[in-house]
Design a protein around this ligand. Structure first.
Ligand code: SF4
Length: 447
């Protein structure tokens, strides 16, 4: 049975020293009970208490690290079923496959293409994180050679896809320093694969059909001394996979069922319909895949998937914001327009993109609205005359725009009169939607 906060508190030092970043031992105990903190964060807890609390206070979903250095990705350690309850902490890794049956030139070309799967979205870089080398040949030597080439050509974390323990051993020998994910251990090979994972300190995928068989297998792998395990319940279609992903997460979080308390892996491979493949992968991303292995490689397929990941794994409690102040687009001069908008990333980058496409150099005054969009900020009185006038003063915009004209979003046209009175500037009402900015700027400010 799960321990309560009070049970945990009784075993803590009760000095309220704050070294665990909680104000008191009781607050820390409550966080541990809610799986929001781990016992390791208290440096003063005794060995005896650790032993008593160890199992009960471990995170319900094991943290798993794949790769090293800049290519390292960390998955698991999630604490909630729904993002709005708190946040999802560790974004799922996306692994694109490379077959060991390809020629050297084709492997190099595919690696090159994977390395270029990097995109920018609302000012953030999003990219494919892993390459999954597939042992389609079932030949250990071919698998090792392909793995070596991929490791040299592509600076990403590696997944080694083979159920052949000899092939896994040969491939790990050429990339053990990269801490690859061994995919995977089955009912038949788990002893050899778990021994290899333990010896090389690599995480391992447990592969079995269905959750019962998986729970059985993870207990054997864990008993062999491997703690970083990823679950894979097989390819079973969208409905069954989604059901298993959800059940495993529920068992781990709600029942603290340790044999399923690991991040999960899904595969989206060999789909004839490329659009459906993107939709399936996005569905698994939302609930609750920790690693997605796919043969999709086109930017138009990967960008939406990575965008979904970005949206799901941002903290709903703190919207993404850009820095308040004046942002320059192009090389604006004293005759250039001055637009004003909020510091919500999505709003800002939409406006910035539309200004860029107008090809009219422009200054954009970004007002700190605590990461809210135009109408939300206005309704919350964070983007009204007072805030805009203050931002204009603080940023000395008269030096940038001696013409003393400022363009406000059409959605807050109601502020124009008051802002004009308050600042003495000519307040121009711009388009309601950002998409109207290019034609508006070209028609009114183009040379
Ligand atoms: S670090 Fe340990 S002893 Fe100090 S306040 Fe936190 S729980 Fe208490």
């Amino acid at each position: 049975m799960a321990l309560t906060g009070l049970d945990i508190y009784k075993l803590l030092p009760k000095t309220n020293c704050g070294d665990c970043k909680s104000p008191t031992c009781l607050a820390f105990a409550m966080r541990v009970a809610q799986k929001q903190a781990s016992l390791d964060q208290c440096p003063h807890v005794t060995a005896e208490a650790k032993e008593k609390l160890g199992a009960a206070s471990a995170p319900p979903i094991q943290l798993v690290t794949i790769g090293t250095g800049d290519a390292k990705i960390v998955i698991g350690n999630e604490t909630v079923m729904f993002r709005h309850e708190e946040t999802f902490h560790h974004p799922a890794g996306v692994a694109v496959t490379v077959s060991d049956e390809l020629s050297e030139a084709d492997i190099a070309a595919r690696c090159d293409k994977i390395a270029k799967l990097v995109f920018e979205r609302v000012g953030t870089r999003i990219a494919v994180d892993m390459v999954c080398v597939m042992n389609d040949s079932n030949d250990p030597a071919k698998f090792a050679a392909a793995t070596k080439l991929v490791a040299e050509k592509c600076p990403k974390a590696l997944v080694l896809g083979s159920e052949n323990a000899e092939a896994l051993k040969a491939a790990v020998a050429v990339c053990a320093d990269k801490r690859p994910l061994l995919c995977g251990a089955t009912a038949e090979n788990h002893q050899a694969v778990a021994a290899l994972a333990k010896e090389k300190n690599c995480p391992v995928v447990a592969k079995a059909n269905g959750l019962e068989a998986l729970a059985d297998l993870t207990q054997k792998i864990s008993a062999a001394g491997v703690k970083e395990i990823v679950l894979y319940a097989g390819e079973q279609g969208l409905r069954q996979t989604l059901e298993d992903l959800t059940k495993a997460r529920r068992y781990a979080l709600k029942k603290t069922f340790r044999p399923l308390g690991y991040p999960q892996l899904t595969c989206v491979l060999g789909n004839d319909d490329p659009m459906l493949a993107v939709l399936n992968a996005a569905t698994f991303m939302a609930k609750y895949s920790g690693v997605i292995v796919t043969d999709m490689i086109e930017p138009w397929q990967l960008m939406p998937l990575l965008t979904v990941r970005m949206n799901i794994y941002t903290d709903p409690r703190s919207p993404i914001q850009v820095e308040a102040g004046v942002h320059r687009v192009g090389e604006p001069n004293a005759k250039s327009p001055l637009l004003v908008t909020t510091n919500f990333s999505l709003t800002y980058y939409t406006v910035e993109g539309d200004v860029e496409s107008s090809k009219v150099p422009t200054n954009i005054l970004v007002v700190d609205t605590e990461g809210t969009s135009v109408l939300t900020a206005w309704a919350a009185e964070k983007f009204t005359t007072d805030q805009i006038a203050k931002a204009m003063k603080k940023n000395e915009v008269e030096k940038l725009a001696p013409h003393k004209k400022i363009i406000i979003p059409g959605l807050i046209a109601v502020e124009s009169g008051k802002l004009q009175e308050e600042t003495g500037w000519e307040v121009v009402v711009g388009p309601k939607e950002s998409s109207g900015i290019p034609s508006y700027l070209k028609a009114n400010w183009g040379s």
